[in-house]
Ligand binder design. Structure first.
Ligand SMILES: *[C@@H]1O[C@H](CO)[C@@H](O)[C@H](O)[C@H]1NC(C)=O
Ligand SMILES: *[C@@H]1O[C@H](CO)[C@@H](O)[C@H](O)[C@H]1NC(C)=O
Ligand SMILES: *[C@@H]1O[C@H](CO)[C@@H](O)[C@H](O)[C@H]1NC(C)=O
Ligand SMILES: *[C@@H]1O[C@H](CO)[C@@H](O)[C@H](O)[C@H]1NC(C)=O
Ligand SMILES: *[C@@H]1O[C@H](CO)[C@@H](O)[C@H](O)[C@H]1NC(C)=O
Ligand SMILES: *[C@@H]1O[C@H](CO)[C@@H](O)[C@H](O)[C@H]1NC(C)=O
Ligand SMILES: *[C@@H]1O[C@H](CO)[C@@H](O)[C@H](O)[C@H]1NC(C)=O
Ligand SMILES: [Cu+2]
Length: 404
């Protein structure tokens, strides 16, 4: 059995660029087990290419201090609890966002949610999507470390694993004290769908999940979401917007609606590996990841978000209000890194570094994003803005990490 698998993997691999002793796959296997092995090779390749770079890293990131971001399930129970303790610490510190601007931002954690709500239409389906979220996540990780004494790195959620086991069997979602909290309490929503679309695009119907109500287990039991909603899709083709605007104070429980079917359909190992291997331009890469509008496919990005479900999980603007957002976007950043390191020459600062403009699907029309485009995360960060150039590698600009 084992031998057969190794053999099958070996025959699929044809190499360029591989780390010593490994050859890189060239197309995603539809066999989920083989695809899982392919992903391991692609992640190892990215780490190897980064670490063996001949060029110096940034002035602050030396080869000796590159940190390693890991999958949630590979952290020890103690490490996982240290992470959720630090997140809860951010949720107990006062916000920096001015109350006049975001009256609903009550905590340091909310500063991230507020800036994401504020900038949503400039950071999704734009040339800044990948870079902005990389920066956003980094500053969140630094805040956990600098303001809440966290000593670890930002963990990620490998969607492919929970697509296999079912979400509630995954260490990320099992509801234990070492999880990111589990499902929402069951609500009977039988017969209702989540409906996406609008703007003249065909509707996409997504199934609902197995929860739907308030999260009632794990470290974030009884957590309060203060901001939003801005555009929350709820079962039954309904979109909910906060009465006084998404930055107003609207305290409510964190809800989830874990949806195995979406995880398995859009974010299985084959889908992840295909997103890394199939697209040859950054335009195609980021469109496949976010879902090509009208295609009926919501991509691995949409797949992860909608398989969490609930509130704010199904609200593009407010989604960082669920602490699991940051594990999901860790995986997004891992996939980008793995894609970049298959062709670093073109995909870091070259012709496939950036594609797109500074507005959502270029509506309203705006300038092309370039290496000089400035990124800001407002009051969430440490009031230094970076440019796209600074965020093109995980060991450049302010960053200093790799994925394992
Ligand atoms: C990186 O390592 C050097 C020593 O090699 C140390 O002086 C420096 O403080 C480290 N930087 C960070 C950000 O950890
Ligand atoms: C859910 O509601 C539907 C009707 O709306 C009903 O047929 C079904 O039995 C209910 N399921 C549960 C588990 O209560
Ligand atoms: C969560 O809230 C419920 C209902 O208010 C309460 O019964 C329960 O004790 C709370 N749990 C925790 C851990 O605070
Ligand atoms: C969903 O609601 C929108 C807005 O009310 C409407 O235009 C659309 O036709 C509805 N879609 C479906 C599938 O019912
Ligand atoms: C895996 O994901 C791909 C892409 O979304 C999909 O076409 C395929 O049906 C999925 N495989 C399984 C076994 O669900
Ligand atoms: C913006 O990018 C598009 C697509 O690459 C290109 O055709 C266009 O010339 C660019 N516009 C400017 C003003 O550079
Ligand atoms: C950062 O960018 C924001 C938004 O573009 C701008 O308002 C702010 O002045 C900039 N801050 C610095 C320190 O350059
Ligand atoms: Cu986002």
């Amino acid at each position: 059995m084992k031998t057969g698998l190794i053999f099958a993997v070996t025959t699929l691999l044809v190499g360029t660029n591989a780390s010593p002793g490994q050859k890189l796959p060239t197309s995603a296997s539809s066999d989920i087990q083989i695809a899982q092995e392919q992903l391991k090779i692609l992640v190892a390749n990215a780490k190897y290419i980064i670490k063996s770079s001949k060029k110096p890293f940034s002035s602050t990131c030396k080869p000796g201090n590159v940190t390693v971001r890991k999958e949630w399930g590979t952290l020890s129970p103690r490490e996982r609890i240290a992470y959720t303790d630090a997140v809860r610490c951010l949720q107990n510190k006062p916000a920096r966002s001015p109350a006049l601007w975001a009256p609903g931002a009550k905590t340091r954690f909310d500063d991230w949610v507020a800036t994401h709500i504020d900038q949503t239409l400039q950071i999704h389906y734009t040339g800044t999507f990948l870079g902005w979220h990389r920066y956003f996540l980094w500053e969140y990780e630094q805040a956990l470390r600098n303001e809440c004494g966290y000593q670890g790195t930002q963990p990620y959620w490998n969607w492919g694993l929970s697509a296999e086991t079912g979400m509630e069997q995954s260490p990320v979602w099992d509801g234990s004290k070492t999880s990111m909290s589990g499902n929402g309490a069951y609500i009977n929503q039988t017969g209702l769908d989540i409906v996406l679309g609008g703007n003249g695009l065909p509707s996409i119907f997504l199934p609902i999940g197995s929860g739907g109500g308030c999260v009632d287990s794990g470290p974030f039991v009884n957590m309060t979401v203060n901001l939003g909603p801005a555009a929350l899709t709820v079962p039954g083709n309904i979109t909910v917007v906060s009465l006084n605007g998404p930055l107003s104070y609207n305290p409510r429980c964190l809800k989830r609606d874990l949806t195995d079917e979406l995880n398995a359909r859009f974010a299985n190992f084959t889908a992840v590996v295909d997103n890394i291997l199939a697209p040859k331009t950054v335009y195609d890469f980021q469109m496949q990841m976010q879902g090509i509008p009208g295609s009926g496919n919501i991509g691995v990005h949409g797949g992860g978000h909608y398989s969490m479900g609930g509130d704010p999980g199904r609200d593009v603007f407010t989604s960082p209000g669920d602490p699991a957002f940051y594990l999901h976007h860790g995986m997004i950043d891992l996939v980008w890194t793995a894609w970049q390191m298959l062709d670093p020459e073109n995909r870091i600062y070259g012709k496939d570094a950036i594609a797109g403009t500074n507005t959502f699907l270029n509506q309203p029309p705006s300038a092309n994003t370039t290496l000089d485009t400035e990124l800001s995360i407002g009051w969430a960060g440490r009031s230094v803005n970076v440019t796209m150039r600074d965020v093109m590698t995980t060991v450049g600009g302010p960053f200093c990490y790799v994925y394992a």
